[in-house]
Write a protein that binds this ligand. Structure first.
Ligand code: C5P
Length: 233
């Protein structure tokens, strides 16, 4: 078991998700679900996956709304015993504060970890600057937003392997860093623009790695996971 590895279940098919959970439950620390499974199955999907043996669920719905709406969403997710969830830091201080208060009110046993998303790993500098009008570098922008997330008491942040080092330096040892966009060397990067290797992310200070298609799209998920684990050594 490598508790640092989180497997992303990006499929709308319950049977496929359960089959992956069955094969990987004793090898990874958590399973991440997003819109693909929660839209067809609702939050009941959490219990279904737990019944199949998933011990920790990471709900990656990247909340981004007015504070009241995000607080309501966090409360619903917390009731279901979600271990970790995401929200966009650009939702602003009031939204983050509302989410944190709601998570804390769930009590110590049910309190989910709240991690902030800044610049998606599918975006590059050109899109950030030319389309989204952010003139700072991706790294500067992510460091700025990550520090804001910690200032408003989120538990951690999401970033690609390429920004772990400066973000860890900026936020210090306290915050959790979750890194998606993980690939084995010289393999398909799919729609990810900022991706990297597991060992680099961990060496630079990431706590958790999210691995999706590179794992779930392989014919033998356990064997492929072993390759990721070896690349961590
Ligand atoms: O298949 P792949 O490993 O690229 O999947 C990465 C997962 O991490 C997806 O489920 C995606 O939604 C999520 N994610 C991401 N970039 C972020 C935050 C979450 O890729 N910034």
């Amino acid at each position: 078991m490598n508790r640092q590895i989180i497997c992303a279940l990006d499929t709308p098919h319950l049977d496929e998700a359960i089959s992956i959970v069955n094969r990987l439950k004793s090898h990874v620390g958590a399973f991440k679900i997003g819109h693909a499974l929660t839209l067809p199955y609702g939050l009941d999907i959490i219990d279904r996956l737990k019944d199949a043996g998933a011990s920790r669920i990471f709900l990656d719905l990247k909340f981004h709304d007015i504070p009241n709406s995000v607080a309501l969403a966090v409360a619903e997710a917390a009731k279901r015993g979600v271990w970790m969830m995401t929200l966009h830091i650009s939702g602003g201080p009031a939204m983050m504060t509302a989410a944190v208060e709601e998570a804390r009110s769930a009590g110590d046993e049910l309190r989910p970890l709240l991690v902030g998303v800044s610049v998606l790993t599918s975006l590059d500098q050109r899109v950030l600057t030319d389309h989204l009008g952010v003139s700072r570098s991706i790294e500067e922008h992510m460091v700025h937003l990550s520090k804001l997330a910690m200032e408003f008491d989120l538990d951690g942040v999401v970033c690609s392997a390429q920004e772990v080092k400066p973000i860890r330096e900026a936020i210090g040892p306290r915050g959790v860093i979750v890194t998606p966009g993980i690939r084995l060397p010289n393999t398909d990067s799919h729609d990810q623009k900022r991706f990297g290797e597991a060992s680099v992310a961990i060496e630079h200070g990431a706590d958790y790695l999210v691995i999706g298609r590179a794992l779930t799209g392989s014919p033998d998920v356990v064997k492929t996971l072993e390759q990721f684990k070896l690349s961590l050594v």
